[in-house]
Design a protein. Structure first.
Length: 553
C-alpha cells in the first residue's frame, strides 16, 4: 500500500490542543427540530448507498463501524454484512500495515490522504483507490474516523500514459534534433567537399582565363568552355540538392508526375533498380496530402537504400475504392534483422506514421526473411482535391486582340520571375536586340497576371516556381482573361514531363535557364513568329548526378 500523506496543520498550532478545544458535536436528530422533515434510518442509508463515492466510519484502531455499499464495492468487492465490524487492515497488504496505522493515528487530528491498490476479485485486475481520512464525532466516548474512498484507476492510468507519452515525445524530439544536426552536417560536407571544390576549380579556371586574355595564340574559346562546363556541373549539383530538400515539381505537376521524376533520380543516385507502377490519371489532391504521400514513399525508399541491402525495389500507387494506397517493397533484409543491426533508433517510421495520421491514414509493415513491404493507406475522404478547393478571386479585363509585333513598333516583353538575378540575366541577353523592348517586370504569379492585364505585352517570359501563384497557374489565368500575349516558360526544372505539361497548358515555348545563353533569344524569336519552341534535345536528363550516392535519396 502506497501512501502519499499530506498533513493539514496550521503552523504553530498543536493539533492535539486544537482537537481538544473543538466542541464535540452530537448526531443531529431531525425529529427534535421543529419544522424539519423526518427522514428514517432506511431513507438515510438509501441516500448514502446511492453515492458514487465510498463512505465509512471506523474506530481509531481501524475497525469499520459503518460503510455504504460503494465503499464495500471499492475496498473489498464484498457485501456490507461482511465488511461491517471487520478490520480495515484485512483489506491491505501486510507490508502496508504500519503505514495504515500511522495514517489512522494522524487522521484523529487532521486530514490524511493516501492511495492503495486493490485486486478486483471479479475482473481479476488491479484498481487504484484514493482514501481520505479525517476526524469524526465520538461514538461511545471513543473518537472515530471518517473515510472517503474514490476510484482513481482511470486517472492514474491516464497520468501514467501521459508521462510515458511525454517521455516518448522528449526522446523523439531529441532524436529529431540529432537527425537534423546530422543532416545539416551532411549537407555542409557535400557543399564543401563537392560543390565547394568544383566552384574553387571554376574560380581558378576563370582566373587562368583572365591571364590568357593577353597571351598571344591562347585558346580562349576552349578555356571559356571548360569554365562554363564546371559552372553547369555546380548548377546541377545545387539543383539536385534543392529538389531533394523540397520537390517543386510536386506543386506544379502533382503526385502522379513528380513520383516518376524522383524515382528516376533515386535509381541514378543509388544504383537500385526501382520498378514503378503509378495509377494513370491520378487526380490532384491538396499539396499537403500529396506532400505527405510523397514523403512517405521517399522515406521508405531511403530505408531500402540505407538498411535493406536490396538491389531492387518496387513502388506502387493506386486508388482502391475510397482509399489511396502506396507501397514500397524490397527483397533485402527483414525489419527484425534491420533492428538487430541498427546502432541507434531511427525516426523514419515514426515520421511516416505521423504524416499519415494527419489524414486518417495508417502504415502497415509486412516483413519476412527476404524483403519488406511498407503499405500506406489513406482515406480519400480526408484528402482535399484541387478541383474542390475554391479558386482565388481574380477579376481581369479582357486584353486587346491585336497581333504582337506590329510593323514599326518594338515588341513588348514582360519578365515574370521572383529572382532579381534571373530578371537581370534576361535583360542582359536581350539588351542587344533593338526590336525587343522590356516593358515591365513581375515578382510573383499574381503580379504577373496584373502586369499582363495593365501592360498588354506581346510576350511574357514566365518562371515556373513563384510565390502566391505558380507560372502555370498564372498562364491559365492569362489565357482565361482573353489576353493575346504569347508565353515562354523560363525555368531551372529540367524534367522532360514538365515540358509536356507546359504544352498541354497552351504554353508557346519552354527554355531552361541553364541553356539560356543559346536558347533564350532563339526561343523568343520563334514564339514571336507564331511557332512553338520546345527544344527537347536541349533538355537535360533530370538530376545528372556525381559518382556514387553522395546525397541522401
Amino acid at each position: 500500500m502506497v501512501w502519499d500523506v499530506r498533513k493539514a496543520l496550521t503552523a504553530g498550532i498543536d493539533p492535539r490542543a486544537a482537537h481538544r478545544s473543538r466542541p464535540r458535536s452530537s448526531v443531529h436528530d431531525p425529529a427534535n427540530s421543529k419544522g424539519s422533515l423526518d427522514f428514517g434510518a432506511d431513507t438515510f442509508r438509501f441516500l448514502l448507498d446511492s453515492l458514487e463515492i465510498g463512505v465509512a466510519i471506523a474506530e481509531r484502531s481501524g475497525r469499520i463501524l459503518y460503510a455504504n455499499a460503494r465503499f464495500a464495492e471499492l475496498l473489498a468487492g464484498s457485501s456490507l454484512e461482511e465488511l461491517s465490524g471487520s478490520e480495515l487492515k484485512t483489506y491491505v497488504l501486510a507490508t502496508s500495515w504500519d503505514q495504515l496505522a500511522d495514517a489512522l493515528a494522524q487522521s484523529e487530528y487532521h486530514q490524511t490522504e493516501g492511495q492503495m491498490t486493490v485486486l478486483s476479485v471479479d475482473a481479476g485486475d488491479r484498481r487504484m483507490i484514493h482514501l481520505s481520512f479525517s476526524p469524526h464525532n465520538s461514538v461511545n466516548g471513543k473518537p472515530t474516523i471518517r473515510i472517503v474512498a474514490t476510484e482513481v484507476t482511470e486517472l492514474v492510468a491516464a497520468n501514467r500514459a501521459l508521462k510515458q507519452s511525454e517521455a516518448s515525445l522528449h526522446t523523439m524530439s531529441s532524436r529529431l534534433l540529432q537527425v537534423q544536426d546530422e543532416e545539416r552536417r551532411r549537407i555542409a560536407r557535400d557543399l564543401h567537399d563537392v560543390t565547394g571544390q568544383e566552384l574553387a576549380v571554376a574560380v581558378m579556371s576563370l582566373d587562368n582565363l583572365k591571364n590568357l586574355a593577353d597571351a598571344p595564340g591562347a585558346d580562349l574559346k576552349a578555356a571559356i568552355g571548360r569554365s562554363a562546363e564546371l559552372l553547369r556541373k555546380v548548377d546541377n549539383e545545387i539543383r539536385t540538392l534543392s529538389y531533394l530538400l523540397h520537390p517543386p515539381l510536386l506543386e506544379e505537376m502533382g503526385l502522379g508526375s513528380a513520383l516518376p521524376w524522383f524515382i528516376d533520380g533515386f535509381s541514378k543516385r543509388t544504383g537500385i533498380e526501382v520498378n514503378a507502377e503509378i495509377a494513370e490519371k491520378l487526380p490532384r489532391f491538396s499539396i499537403e496530402f500529396e506532400t505527405a504521400v510523397f514523403r512517405v514513399i521517399q522515406e521508405a525508399l531511403t530505408n531500402v537504400f540505407r538498411h535493406s541491402g536490396s538491389h531492387r525495389a518496387w513502388v506502387r500507387v493506386w486508388a482502391a475504392g475510397s482509399y489511396l494506397q502506396a507501397s514500397v517493397e524490397d527483397e533485402g533484409k527483414g525489419i527484425e534483422r534491420r533492428k538487430a543491426e541498427s546502432k541507434k533508433p531511427g525516426v523514419g517510421i515514426q515520421s511516416m506514421t505521423d504524416r499519415l495520421r494527419v489524414f486518417g491514414g495508417v502504415l502497415e509493415f509486412r516483413s519476412g526473411r527476404r524483403g519488406t513491404r511498407v503499405i500506406a493507406t489513406i482515406p480519400l475522404t480526408e484528402a482535399v482535391s484541387v478541383a474542390s478547393r475554391p479558386n482565388q478571386e481574380l477579376n481581369f479585363e479582357a486584353g486587346g486582340m491585336d497581333a504582337p509585333g506590329a510593323v514599326g513598333e518594338a515588341t513588348r516583353i514582360l519578365i515574370a520571375d521572383d529572382h532579381e538575378v534571373a530578371r537581370q540575366g534576361i535583360r542582359a541577353l536581350l539588351k542587344d536586340q533593338p526590336d525587343l523592348e522590356i516593358c515591365g517586370e513581375a515578382m510573383d504569379g499574381l503580379d504577373a497576371i496584373e502586369k499582363a492585364r495593365q501592360l498588354k505585352p506581346d510576350l511574357v517570359i514566365m518562371d515556373l516556381s513563384m510565390p502566391h501563384l505558380s507560372g502555370l497557374t498564372a498562364l491559365r489565368h492569362i489565357r482565361a482573361s482573353g489576353l493575346q500575349a504569347r508565353v515562354l516558360i523560363y525555368t531551372t526544372h529540367s524534367y522532360p514531363e514538365l515540358e509536356r505539361v507546359a504544352q498541354a497548358a497552351d504554353c508557346d515555348g519552354f527554355v531552361l535557364k541553364s541553356n539560356a545563353s543559346h536558347d533564350l533569344i532563339r526561343g523568343v524569336r520563334t514564339v514571336l513568329d507564331g511557332k512553338k519552341f520546345f527544344a527537347s534535345d536541349a533538355v537535360e536528363t533530370p538530376l545528372q548526378m556525381r559518382e556514387g550516392p553522395q546525397i541522401n535519396p
